[in-house]
Ligand binder design. Structure first.
Ligand code: GAR
Length: 212
């Protein structure tokens, strides 16, 4: 059984996709041991409570400095015996202390095809606004491991989504979520839980089921 903690900041639709996948057996051998928000008002915390999951707010604002925040978050992840940290719309930069403690054990969902429209300043709706401004015809979502950079870690899964002429940032965000994010994140968690993601030289390899 792999224990996961899901870190959230807002609406929590990706968290919901993970909860649904666990409840429907699309993800196996995974237990959600904690939902952590940096924002006490995050609707994601209500989703957690509605499914009997432990939710907690650990906010940088409640600590004297980033180091104290990082220590508190790390202590929580250790206490809950977290094996994999899942960033599901978590808008705080992960402290280096946490990245070091969980090498290739933190994953993030990003709403574009990395390396397009990613890095500092690219989050949430801004990603889709930029894709539309640039006029790309295809966008999508990426699940990747988190390293010390911003959106630079090894890519695990990607899925493309076509852009329509009449898209708005909001319509595009919803389609990327429906067609890519809500499928990819549970799938990546299941692959990792079953030891099917290998990392070598900054790249991943997905092992087929039958060679295990
Ligand atoms: C999602 O689109 C996620 O990909 C994005 O924030 C949204 C959160 O939605 N994350 C980033 O932009 C990270 N750089 P949710 O709270 O409904 O899951």
């Amino acid at each position: 059984m792999m224990n996961i903690s899901v870190l959230v900041s807002g609406g929590g639709t990706n968290l919901q996709a993970i909860i649904n996948a666990v409840e429907h057996g699309e993800i196996s051998d995974v237990k959600i041991v904690s939902v952590v928000s940096n924002n006490p008002g995050a609707y994601a915390l209500e989703r957690a409570a509605a499914h009997g999951l432990d939710g907690v707010c650990i906010s940088p604002k409640d600590f004297a400095d980033r180091e104290q925040y990082a220590k508190a978050l790390l202590a929580h992840l250790k206490e809950t015996e977290t094996d994999l940290v899942v960033l599901a719309g978590f808008l705080v930069v992960i402290p280096p202390m946490i990245v070091e403690a969980f090498p290739n054990r933190i994953i993030n969902i990003h709403p574009s095809l990395i390396p397009s429209f990613c890095g500092t300043g690219y989050y949430g709706l801004k990603v889709h606004e930029e894709a539309l401004r640039r006029g790309v015809k295809v966008t999508g979502a990426t699940v990747h491991f988190v390293d010390s950079g911003t959106d630079t870690g090894p890519i695990i899964l990607q899925k493309a989504v076509e852009i329509r002429d009449d898209d708005t940032p909001q319509s595009l965000q919803l389609r990327v979520m429906q067609h890519a994010e809500w499928r990819l994140l549970p799938e990546a968690i299941d692959l990792i839980a079953h030891g099917r993601v290998q990392v070598e030289n900054g790249r991943t390899r997905i092992l087929p089921e039958d060679i295990l």
